[in-house]
Ligand binder design. Structure first.
Ligand code: PRP
Ligand code: URA
Length: 209
C-alpha cells in the first residue's frame, strides 16, 4: 500500500488557508499554488539518492553531494496541474515535463482524456505526477495507468488537497504509488467536489469563472 504523506508544515498550512478562502483572487491563488508546490516538492524529493563528488572551491577541494540515480520528470494533469510546474522546475531544472490532459465529465465525473505528450525517455525517469485536487481519484488513477503503460515504474503523486475517497481509489488501483498532500478533507459533495475544499482549482488558477 502506498504511503500517504500529509505535509503539516506551518508554511504549507498557512498558504493552504489562503487558497481555501473564497475571497482570494486569481493572481494570489495562482502564486500560492506555485509556492505550495515548491514546498511540497522539497518534501517529496527528500529521499532522492545522492552521490559524492569533489569540487574545487576558491579555498580548497571539497567533497560534495549531488543528485544521483534516475532522472526526473514532472507530469501535470491538465489543466490545474500546470499551476504547480514552474515552481517545481525552479528547484529541479534538469527535470523534463510531460503533460496529460484529462477533464472530468460534468455528469458522470469520469475522466476524459484529450491530450498527452510525455518525454521520449519517460520510462527511465522517476515521475512526479502533479494536480492540485484528488477528488474521486478517477483522474489521478487514469493518469497513473497511462504512465505505467508508457513504462514508468517509479511514480509519486502530489496533490494539494485530497478527499478520502480519492486517496482510497489511488491506493486500491496503484498500491505502489506514494501520495503527498497538504490535507485530506472530509469528503465529496453531490457534484464530486471536495468539502470543504477550495472550489474548482483550474477555474481559480486561470480565472475562468
Ligand atoms: C480537476 C482537478 C483534477 C480532477 C480531480 O480537474 O484538477 O484533475 O478535477 O477530480 P477527480 O479526482 O474526481 O478525477 P478538472 O477535471 O476540473 O479539469 P481542469 O483542471 O481543466 O479544470
Ligand atoms: N476538482 C476541483 O477543481 N475541485 C474539486 O473540489 C474537485 C475536483
Amino acid at each position: 500500500m502506498g504511503t500517504v504523506h500529509v505535509l503539516e508544515h506551518p508554511l504549507i498550512q498557512h498558504k493552504l488557508a489562503i487558497l481555501r478562502d473564497a475571497q482570494t483572487g486569481v493572481k494570489e491563488f495562482r502564486e500560492i499554488v506555485g509556492e505550495i508546490a515548491a514546498l511540497m516538492c522539497y518534501e517529496a524529493t527528500r529521499n532522492l539518492p545522492t552521490e559524492e563528488r569533489e569540487v574545487q572551491t576558491p579555498v580548497a577541494k571539497a567533497k560534495v553531494r549531488v543528485l544521483a540515480g534516475k532522472k526526473l520528470a514532472i507530469v501535470p494533469i491538465l489543466r490545474a496541474g500546470l499551476g504547480m510546474v514552474d515552481r517545481m522546475i525552479d528547484l529541479i531544472p534538469s527535470a523534463k515535463v510531460g503533460h496529460i490532459g484529462l477533464y472530468r465529465d460534468p455528469e458522470t465525473h469520469e475522466p476524459v482524456e484529450y491530450y498527452c505528450k510525455l518525454p521520449a525517455d519517460i520510462a527511465q525517469r522517476q515521475v512526479f505526477l502533479v494536480d492540485p485536487m484528488l477528488a474521486t481519484g478517477g483522474s489521478a488513477s487514469a493518469a497513473i495507468a497511462f504512465l505505467k503503460k508508457a513504462g514508468c515504474r517509479q511514480i509519486t503523486l502530489m496533490d494539494i488537497l485530497a478527499a478520502p475517497e480519492g486517496v482510497a481509489v489511488v491506493q486500491r488501483d496503484h498500491p505502489d504509488v506514494d501520495i503527498y498532500v497538504a490535507a485530506v478533507d472530509q469528503g465529496l459533495n453531490d457534484h464530486a467536489y471536495i468539502v470543504p475544499g477550495l472550489g474548482d482549482a483550474g477555474d481559480r488558477i486561470f480565472g475562468t469563472k
